[in-house]
Write a protein that binds this ligand. Sequence first.
Ligand code: T3D
Length: 262
Amino acid sequence: ETETVIAEERDGALLLTLNRPDRLNAFNEGMHKSLLQHMKSARQNDGIRCILLTGAGRGFCAGQDLSDRDMRDGSAAPDLGLTLENLYNPLIREIRSMPKPIVCAVNGVAAGAGANIALACDIVLAARSARFIQAFSKIGLVPDSGGTWLLPKLIGEARAKALAMTGEPLNADTAAEWGLIWKTYPDAELHPEAEKLAAHFAAGATTGLALTKQLIQDAAVQSLDQQLDAERDAQRQAGRTADYREGVSAFLEKRPARFSGS
Ligand code: T3D
């Protein structure tokens, strides 16, 4: 059987490609398990200093595979709370708590949970032809995979509600203009640009980047006072790394820094 997620290591970056192109990389249980497993082993592996997530074929990910939800024979609906609890939520928690940058290269349509998984990543790049679709309302569901939390934070309540309640596609350039994602590229340039960014992070000051990610995410639920304390603690930790020492030395010696990730 073909792998549902292809994993390739490239100079300290792990490229993960969702690989069910005939279904626009919609999630079945196998793809969920494989993706989470790859993320968990990347977390443990000090040699991996960045993750790049993308999709095979013309789509990024169409969310839940609806052929696994066929109830036309009158069978009972599955408990979707359980699939969120067991499959989608652990994936989002893994992405958000990963102490390494996760770049997402949205190569084509990102729909339903596929859109929100992309948006949960740290830096989201998209091909100009990509679209983001909160498809849930079209089948009577609610946005999941953190969408109801992330969308209003990124683009405000008015736009979040409209996208979620209409299910209208948002093109990649508008997504970037609205601040939903970082940048768009002409289709042919997306992968080279995403790989360049992943290589940059893989050669970066890993602890500083991990702490930065955590601080910015935590700010959503903290007061300024709490955040100032958190910055103090994080800076203390970053200031004890070899990468900080190297960064300052490189600056003073007018040469590029060679970060070891330690
Ligand atoms: O269930 C739970 O556990 C709860 C969790 C839910 C999370 C969710 O993600 S719910 C939302 C599920 N996703 C959707 O509702 C999106 C369904 N797909 C679409 O609306 C459209 O496919 C797209 C707008 C994404 C793309 O449209 P288009 O015209 O570019 O492509 P297409 O022709 O519709 O799709 C191409 C093929 O992929 C097609 O198969 P075929 O006809 O060539 O054999 C299509 O059926 C298949 N496909 C696309 N999305 C899914 C899918 N097959 C299964 N599940 C899909 N989600």
